[in-house]
Design a protein around this ligand. Sequence first.
Ligand code: ADP
Length: 160
Amino acid sequence: MMKIVIYPGSFDPITNGHIDLIARGAGLFDKVIVAITQNSSKTAFIHLDDRLALICDALKKFSNVEVKTFNTLLVDFAKKEQARIIIRGLRAVSDFEYEFQLSGMNKKLDANIETLFMTPDEQYSNLSSSLIREIALLGGDISNFVPHNVYQHILKHLKK
Ligand code: ADP
């Protein structure tokens, strides 16, 4: 049976840390579905449609990675995609509490779904989308932290 895994997140924006995890997942499983959540559209840094297009483009070199958006319960989306495994990243101990709660709740919602935690290469352990947003808004250089197409999109849209 095909081992399909879901990697959910808001990816607003996607960072090189996320991509490190996706590459690890793509090496371990038959298919990785990167599942983008809308969150509140009013507070989105990059519009959901643009995020989808940018992430697809940044990940096109991975033949077994698909990118989708979803606005349902994660466990329902996983079931629909015939995935039993959710991948999440752990950068530091500080991620643990929230991730522990989330995985426990998802298990209560659907006992068949497992959450697997992976750590990125340590050069990415201080990277977060929220920090990238803050640095970009203050005019800092984020070119080393996100894929090139995402960097260019952010530069262009911040100038407006
Ligand atoms: P969410 O909005 O659900 O927190 P994010 O898009 O911020 O989603 O992150 C999605 C997943 O990727 C989470 O499991 C998060 O811990 C993980 N993650 C975020 N940044 C990194 C990074 N630099 N390295 C590895 N994993 C990361």
